[in-house]
Design a binder for this molecule. Structure first.
Ligand code: UDP
Length: 333
C-alpha cells in the first residue's frame, strides 16, 4: 500500500474534518503530497495543527492547506497546472444537526462539488482515481437488514435528512456517469457510523453527545425510547478500509460498504459509555423526541469489503470507546 501512495499527489477535500484529518496522518506518513481543502464549516483547525500552523502555512514539506469551498470549479482554488493522481472527496457535514443547519452547503458539496472535481480530473489527468465518501444514509430507513450494496434503500426525498441523503445519492450517480460514460476510475464507499479521536465533541452525534454527558455527569439524552440501533466503526479501521479502496487496482466503478457490523441499541451504547466513565454512579436518561426520519436499524453487510479489500475491523467497541473517551478528556481540559 505504501508503494502505491509514495510520491503521489492527493487532493483530500474535507481534510480538516474528523475522517479527513485521520486519513491525512497516514498519507503524509506514506510520503504523499497531500493537498487538503476545507472551508471549515464542520472541519476544525485543531485537527490539522500537526500539519499546518494557525495561518495555514505548512509545518511539513508534503502538506498544503487551502481554505476554500469545493462547491466551485476546482480551477478556482487549486494551483495552476497541478496534476492530481487521486482525489478523496470527503468534504461534507455529516452530523444530522450540522447538515440540517447548513442544508444548501451540504447538498452542493455532495452533488455539484463531486461533478466539478471529477470534471477537473477528466480534463487534467483522465487516468487519475476518484474516491467518493458515500454513506449508509443512502439506505435511509432500511427495510433490508443488514444492508448489502445491492439494496436501493428507503429514503424520503423531501424531509429533514434529504439534503444529506439525497445529495450523497446524487454524488453516487455522478461517480457512475463519469465511470460508465467517460471511462474514469471512480469508486464509492458507503460509510456507516464512525467514531474516534478528532471527532468534534460538540457535533451533536450520538457518541460525542453521550461521552461528553458522561464526563460532565449529566443525564444521557436518548431520542425516542433508545431501541433504534447503529453499528459503530472505530476511525482507525475505517481509514484502513479507505486506504485499501484507494490503492487497490481493479476496483473501478465499485461501490463498497465499510463499517463495523457490531450492532447496538442507543440505550446499550449509553450503558457501555456509563460503565467506562462512571460505573459507580447511577445511570440517568433524559428522553427526548425521536427526530423525524431517524432510521430504526442500521448494520452493514461487509462481505464485499472483506472479499475485495481483504480487511475487517480489528478495534472492539469497548476498546474504541476507551480511546475516544481519552481524547475527549484531553479536549475539555
Ligand atoms: N441519538 C440519541 N441521543 C443523542 C444523539 C443521537 O438518542 O444525543 C440517536 C439518534 O436519534 C439516532 C442515533 O442516536 O437514532 C444516531 O444518531 P447520530 O446523530 O449519531 O447519527 P445518524 O446515525 O442518525 O446519522
Amino acid at each position: 500500500m505504501r508503494n502505491y501512495f509514495s510520491g503521489k499527489t492527493v487532493l483530500l477535500t474535507g481534510g480538516a474534518g474528523f475522517i479527513g484529518s485521520n486519513i491525512t496522518e497516514k498519507l503524509v506518513g506514506f510520503g504523499c503530497n497531500v493537498v487538503c481543502v476545507d472551508n471549515f464549516i464542520s472541519g476544525r483547525k485543531v485537527n490539522v495543527r500537526e500539519f499546518a500552523n494557525e495561518s495555514g502555512n505548512p509545518r511539513i514539506d508534503n502538506y498544503t492547506l487551502i481554505q476554500a469551498d469545493v462547491s466551485q470549479p476546482a480551477g478556482n482554488y487549486l494551483p495552476e497546472g497541478i496534476k492530481l493522481d487521486l482525489i478523496l472527496h470527503f468534504a461534507s457535514p455529516a452530523s444530522p444537526p450540522r447538515y440540517q443547519d447548513n442544508p444548501v452547503e451540504t447538498y452542493l458539496v455532495n452533488s455539484i462539488a463531486t461533478h466539478y472535481l471529477l470534471d477537473f480530473l477528466k480534463r487534467t489527468n483522465p487516468e487519475g482515481r476518484f474516491v467518493f465518501a458515500g454513506t449508509s444514509e443512502a439506505y435511509g430507513d432500511p427495510q433490508v437488514h443488514p444492508q448489502t450494496e445491492e439494496y436501493w434503500g428507503n429514503v424520503n426525498p423531501n424531509g429533514k435528512r434529504s439534503c444529506y441523503d439525497e445529495s450523497k445519492r446524487l454524488g453516487e450517480t455522478i461517480c457512475g456517469v463519469f465511470y460508465r460514460d467517460f471511462g474514469m476510475d471512480s469508486r464509492i464507499l458507503r460509510i456507516f457510523n464512525t467514531y474516534g479521536p478528532k471527532m468534534d465533541p460538540t457535533d451533536g452525534r450520538v457518541i460525542p453527545n453521550l461521552i461528553m454527558q458522561a464526563l460532565k455527569n449529566e443525564p444521557f439524552t436518548i431520542y425516542g425510547d433508545g431501541s433504534q440501533t447503529r453499528s459503530y466503526c472505530h476511525v482507525d479501521d475505517l481509514v484502513e478500509f479507505i486506504l485499501r479502496m484507494s490503492s487497490k487496482e481493479g476496483l473501478n466503478g465499485e461501490t463498497i460498504n465499510i463499517g463495523n457490523p457490531g450492532e447496538f441499541t442507543i440505550v446499550q451504547t449509553a450503558e457501555m459509555i456509563h460503565k467506562l466513565v462512571s460505573p459507580d454512579t447511577e445511570i440517568r436518561f433524559e428522553h427526548q423526541d425521536m427526530p423525524t426520519d431517524d432510521p430504526t436499524r442500521r448494520q452493514p453487510d461487509i462481505t464485499k469489503a472483506k472479499k475485495l479489500l481483504g480487511y475487517e475491523p480489528q478495534v472492539s467497541f469497548e476498546e474504541g470507546l476507551k480511546r475516544t473517551i481519552e481524547y475527549f478528556k484531553k479536549e475539555i481540559k
